[in-house]
Design a protein around this ligand. Structure first.
Ligand code: HEC
Length: 129
């Protein structure tokens, strides 16, 4: 009777996993997405800004708080945005729609890429819960 009991538990676990939030991101997948950000951003602690700011610790922080990159428009600093799931989702899909005048021309179009990169940003933000 043990085997059916265990497989019952396993299938419950699998069911629970597959009915989680549809857009729960995967940080390991997000690390691959970050390859597309690297031309303009570093994410290591203390990393230098490039065209955009270093993104270490960005999750949970106020927009524009890091040392500015070479293309910084100053527009993020004028907002009261705090980066979280909601604000990052909006930003990554359409930065200049969210904050007119910003210089990040890159955008992500796939929902799973956005969810995964957010998980990766969060994993590199020690102050994020
Ligand atoms: C072509 C360059 C470029 C690429 C590629 C790019 N960004 Fe940016 N990013 C910028 C610039 C420039 C800014 C600052 C915008 C401004 O001040 O106008 C910025 C700002 C940001 C900010 C706000 C940072 C803060 O401290 O408020 C986040 C978050 C961000 N980028 C995430 C990403 C992610 C994630 C990717 C990859 C999916 C990415 N960016 C790809 C140029 C880029």
């Amino acid at each position: 009777m043990r085997v059916p009991a265990i497989s019952g538990v396993l299938s419950l676990l699998l069911a629970a996993m597959s009915t989680g939030p549809a857009l729960a991101g995967d940080a390991a997948q997000g690390e691959k997405v970050f390859n597309r950000c690297k031309i303009c951003h570093t994410i290591d602690e203390g990393g230098a800004p490039k065209q955009g700011p270093n993104l270490f610790g960005v999750y949970g922080r106020s927009a524009g708080a890091a040392e500015p990159g070479t293309l910084d428009s100053g527009k993020l600093q004028e907002t009261d945005i705090v980066w979280d799931e909601v604000t990052l989702t909006e930003w990554l899909a359409a930065p200049s729609t969210m904050v007119p005048g910003v210089k990040m021309t890159f955008r992500l179009t796939k929902e799973d890429d956005i969810a995964n990169i957010i998980a990766y940003l969060k994993a590199n933000s020690p102050d994020a819960q």
